[in-house]
Ligand binder design. Sequence first.
Ligand code: EPZ
Length: 425
Amino acid sequence: MAKLYIEGGNRLRGKVNISGFKNAALAILPATILTGSECTIENLPVIQDVMVYRDILTKLGAEVTLSDKGVMKADTTKIDKCYIPNGLTRKLRASYYLLGAGLGRFKDVTISYPGGCDIGLRPIDQHIKGLEALGGIFEVTDDLIRVYAEKLVGNKIYLDVVSVGATINIMMAAVFAEGKTVIENAAKEPHVVDTANFLNAMGANIRGAGTDVIRITGVEELHGGSYSVIPDQVEAGTYMIAAAVTKGDLIINNIIPKHLEPVTAKLKEMGLNIEEYGDSLRVHYEKELVPVNIKTLPYPGFPTDLQQPMTVLLSTVLGESIVIESIFENRFRYIEELNKMGAQIKVDNRRASIKGVEKLKAAEVKATDLRAGAALVVACLAAEGVSVVNDIYHIDRGYEFIENKFMNLGAKIRRVEDEEHKATL
Ligand code: EPZ
């Protein structure tokens, strides 16, 4: 299995282009099913999860091509049912969007239970509550989820927890529900807005995405067209943090600075120099950073998807910091790996107490999930010596050309397929 060898201790310098946002892409691709037409989706990250969605759409009967530049042409005209019980949907979490999209267009969907990162229980009760309110009837077994409806009728739905997935799923099904649907306590994440923008560009009537009340008026049909996915704020945040931890100087291009505000604010509070431009920013380490406390929250709070690299950074900042993970109960599993690198972090349930150390040291570690994997790469970039990151298939699910991008910034990284071919750095 592939692993990364990383020689740490090099200051990152240069320019990096941020790819399209994985989590927006993974909502917009299933949303193309609703159009029943040909769509061209641009600025897709070329990552494993996008390829899985290409395979899902193909399996359903769509005509799909994906270029190595991240442009997908998906003609979903010929899909006539949304029935995919063969386990393909277990490869990623975002397959739950087939429920909303398939129910909207075909009024009947069956999928295997969605998979994805093991970061907590990840219930889908709010998805079920919302789709039921529109008329959906669920049949759930250990392995399969079916939802079907005679017809969909708009309704008022109050989400008990702020859920990105439930908000988008309900929005998708409501596009074809009769009358008005109102989602209250909706998620406000940029990919909720991006999915709504895509659907509106294809003829839907969705208002209020980006606020906590979303109103959808059902329409008869959508049409095809072209759409470009927003930049990945999680990837961008990861490079910002990598600049900080290596005491580097990076220009981060192709971003929407507004989406990065929760991260920018915290990094500035720590003493990092950040200059914002129209669609880029410069992150420049100038002076010793100070510890801060962080609590992950729904957008516009500090994102759970950047909790891990931020914890890595704080582990190298002298003094004490506290990180509280309030979204997913099992998102500190990588700390054991980080402590192997000399970090001094104690975890008590959802709270990590960090005592910053001067330097991390090289170690052999394993990616426990996608974001944890990226965080460990960041840790290795800062550590003295040559580290090894195992199980990088997690990272490949969500970060485009990670080693190439870091190498262009002066990092020493080599992907190695197995031990026999261990590369010299
Ligand atoms: C999305 O997951 C993202 N995944 C996650 O990114 C991200 O961490 C998360 O939103 C929060 O921003 C995708 O977009 C594919 P939620 P999702 O529903 O939709 C609870 C990554 O690494 N909840 O907003 O699964 C849930 O347990 C991934 O890129 C319910 O209780 O997250 C959690 O505590 C990981 N019932 C909270 O809500 C429900 O029905 C937020 O979850 C749904 C969620």
